[in-house]
Design a binder for this molecule. Sequence first.
Ligand SMILES: *[C@@H]1O[C@H](CO)[C@@H](O)[C@H](O)[C@H]1NC(C)=O
Ligand SMILES: *[C@@H]1O[C@H](CO)[C@@H](O)[C@H](O)[C@H]1NC(C)=O
Ligand SMILES: [Cu+2]
Length: 188
Amino acid sequence: MAARIVVALACIVVIIRLSEAAMYKVGDSAGWTTIANVDYKLWASTKTFHIGDTVLFEYNPQFHNVMRVTHAMYRSCNNSNPISTFTTGNDSVTLTNHGHHFFFCGVPGHCQAGQKLDLNVINPTSSRPLSDPPISSDSSSPSSPPSTTTIPAAGVPGPSPSHAASLPNSAVAVVAALVSCLFANFAY
Ligand SMILES: *[C@@H]1O[C@H](CO)[C@@H](O)[C@H](O)[C@H]1NC(C)=O
Ligand SMILES: *[C@@H]1O[C@H](CO)[C@@H](O)[C@H](O)[C@H]1NC(C)=O
Ligand SMILES: [Cu+2]
């Protein structure tokens, strides 16, 4: 019984960690610029973006800006009709839905020069199960039966993806993960 309570507490700790949003500075120390020849595609490919994470664009507002645009506008570097424009030089954008998010600098020529960013925010219902079970099995004692580690993987995909996707942040995914984690430890 005590071991199960420890496992349950470990579940809660793991889930709280997962629900913490990350902040990524675009371009790392170079920031949002054309002069450092940052490969923003490469930069984005080294990160895994989740709903609730924030990206920070840091730049000199005399020379650059940030426009969020559609895929078509992104491909053609067309800045005539952005979804939103940021101009402070220290702009943070919170990622509230999954899928691709397209940005570029709206100053003429900068998008063409590579100052453009395509972020892919992964779908919470397909990403969470991969990270939950290994961490919770690590923190459980050797006395836990091996079947404990397989049940959460099967239980997590339960919540309806459309329901989870319609909410503003990852609250539903976190609650679902918590419920399935606890269920896996107590329900047999
Ligand atoms: C840019 O997009 C607008 C529509 O938002 C379109 O009217 C315009 O022709 C486009 N410009 C170029 C150069 O493709
Ligand atoms: C930029 O904004 C972030 C949060 O959005 C803040 O933590 C940081 O201190 C700001 N930096 C500057 C130079 O204002
Ligand atoms: Cu620019």
